[in-house]
Design a binder for this molecule. Structure first.
Ligand code: GLC
Length: 581
């Protein structure tokens, strides 16, 4: 059993980073596309709205809240997996790719939901989880039943007479071991995630054809986009060589040795030919490899593979209990922007279902600064180049729930991680501190709609407790308050939608060394905006050389901005965007 330091362990869950220097390029605005202009709202279906009182969100709940989603101004929705699943990993373990999980509803609800979205001008992104299936999928049941079953090669098996296979790390296994012995056929099967998530064998053309047929099935139903879960792992070196000693100390090696396999691009080009090119859809890869070269190979237009990727370096930053450095934050986002200034397209996000709450990690969730720092972070996401992904509840400034007992957690990553640390005699107190700050359950608590019981999420017992701060932080209250985080979010969304400069404009960081303020300009066709973000809880001064050029304030999370000529003083977590003449 290998020991992996907690910080690395958490970073592995969050993904790898890329550190190549990048040339600064001028922007390419020729390739405009609807999916570049989209603003995506991600809803975790289990936690959004329950309509039948079982404590679990459902599709009827999404339908009920479509007008709310529309009112945000966003124009695309991504839902985490809604297929049939035994829920070992909350739907990321699929047992039937053409059916809806009964807890979430039925196919008729899906059809009504997508119709309701389209009627409102909202597009829909489907999560496609095909690096692995559930062990309860019929393919796996067949595959494990005998060595000569026609489905045997749908998964990766290692016959036990060859000895134990070379060690592979598993994200969710309580022993950290990705090979699970199965006595039925005296063989091991591979699972990078939980034992109930066996990895599919992408080298098998039949598997790939099954996946394309599934994608076509959903495209025919009107799906507008696909999010390819854990896709960088799909193609692997199936000789499973022994990995170099100590490789796990560098997070980037995990992707290098575990994924981005020899045939990944071939398979993506095939997927593009067979599915993506036949519909008006886009596809985004979870993960961008371990170098910029990898990321470009996934998304550049002339590659005919995917349209967008998301890298994890930004969300990987705040994975230490000591917080993160603004200088690193600026460096990461500037480096990625310049690497993609000419070709390719990325996603911008600071939270999702695999991360703790945005404001708790990157802002300040104390009562004094929660609202204002949430607004500042939303300003960042919505003013950068790339397609913004806004996570449900972040428009309200929802915070971490800070569970203090392992029994409170529902996430397999947290529970099995705890068992692993306990078995190894590790520091459980420290592990609990990491969980409290970084656990995925922090980001999965029910949506806070109003001040009624369970925040209006359910009339039953919620599957994960509602954050007690719902009496303060909820849609009803924030809708009524013109200065709320919610109303600010809507303004910021509108600003982006009304100004293509915020989508396509060239990005230039200014005063890079400023210890508190992240400042950058966006420029397109003679239009220019200046974004000033104070990432600290103190006032911050900045002097801009060309003060005459400053035009009107386009958005501000305070009532005013203190200014004398080019000298500005920003309040704690103040965010201001100026037009520049
Ligand atoms: C992706 C998903 C995560 C899931 C894992 C296994 O990283 O975002 O939630 O647990 O894949 O499917």
């Amino acid at each position: 059993m290998k020991k992996i330091p907690y910080a690395i362990l958490i970073a592995m869950i969050l993904g790898a980073c890329t550190d190549q220097p990048a040339p600064v390029e001028s922007p390419d605005t020729s390739g405009r596309a609807w999916w570049k202009e989209a603003i995506i709202y991600q809803a975790y279906p289990r936690s959004f709205k329950d309509t039948d009182g079982d404590g679990v969100g459902d599709l009827k709940g999404i339908i009920e809240k479509l007008d709310y989603i529309k009112s945000l101004g966003v124009n695309m929705v991504w839902l985490n997996p809604i297929y049939s699943s035994p829920n070992d990993d909350n739907g990321y373990d699929i047992s039937d790719y053409r059916n809806i999980m009964p807890e979430f509803g039925a196919m008729a609800d899906f059809d009504a939901m997508i119709k309701g979205m389209h009627e409102r001008g909202i597009k829909f992104v489907m999560d496609v989880v095909v690096n692995h299936s559930s062990d309860e999928h019929e393919w796996f049941k067949q595959s494990r039943s005998s060595r000569d079953n026609p489905y045997r090669d749908y998964y990766h098996w290692w016959p036990a007479e060859k000895g134990k296979p070379p060690y592979r790390w598993s994200y969710f296994d309580e022993n950290g071991d990705a090979w699970q012995y199965d006595s039925l056929t005296n063989a091991y099967y591979l699972h990078y995630f939980s034992r109930k998530q066996p990895d599919l064998n992408w080298e098998n053309p039949k598997v790939r054809q099954e996946v394309y047929d599934i994608m076509k099935f959903w495209a025919e139903k009107g799906v507008d986009g696909f999010r390819l879960d854990a896709f960088q792992f799909a193609s692997k070196d199936t000789t499973f060589p022994v990995l170099p000693e100590g490789y796990e100390k560098d997070v980037r090696n995990v992707i290098k040795h575990y994924g981005m396999g020899p045939h990944l691009h071939e398979y993506l080009q095939e997927m593009n030919r067979e599915v993506l090119s036949k519909y008006d859809v886009f596809a985004v890869s979870e993960g961008a490899g371990s170098t910029f070269e990898d990321a470009h190979a996934l998304v550049d237009a002339d590659r005919n593979e995917l349209q967008m990727a998301y890298h994890f370096e930004g969300v990987g930053l705040a994975s230490s209990l000591d917080g993160y450095k603004l200088s690193d934050f600026k460096e990461v986002y500037s480096r990625w922007d310049s690497a993609f200034a000419k070709d390719g397209w990325l996603s911008i996000f600071l939270a999702n279902h695999d991360n703790a709450r945005m404001v708790s990690r990157y802002g300040n969730d104390s009562p004094e600064f929660r609202d204002v720092s949430s607004k500042m972070l939303n300003t960042f996401i919505l003013s950068m180049r790339g397609t913004p992904y806004c996570y449900y509840g972040d428009e309200l400034g929802m915070t971490n729930i800070d569970f203090d007992k392992i029994e409170d957690y529902k996430d397999i990553a947290a529970i099995n991680g705890y068992k692993k640390v306990a078995k190894e005699g590790g520091d459980l107190e420290l592990y609990m501190k990491y969980l409290q700050f970084l656990s995925r359950d922090n980001g999965r608590t029910p949506m806070q709609w109003d001040t009624s019981e369970n925040a209006g999420f359910t009339t039953g017992t919620p599957w994960l407790p509602v954050n007690p701060n719902y009496l303060e932080i909820n849609v009803e209250k924030e809708t009524a308050d013109p200065n709320s985080c919610l109303n600010y979010f809507k303004k910021m969304v509108k600003l982006r939608k009304d100004n293509p400069v915020l989508v396509y404009g060239d990005y230039q960081i200014i005063q890079r060394e400023h210890p508190q303020i992240y400042a950058y300009t966006r420029t397109l066709d003679g239009q220019k905006m200046l974004v000033l973000l104070n990432f600290s809880e103190q006032n911050a001064d900045i002097t801009l050389p060309e003060s005459d050029a400053l035009g009107e304030v386009l958005i501000n999370n305070y009532e005013s901005v203190e200014r004398s000529g080019g000298a500005l003083s920003l309040k704690p977590y103040q965010a201001v965007i100026f037009s520049v003449k």
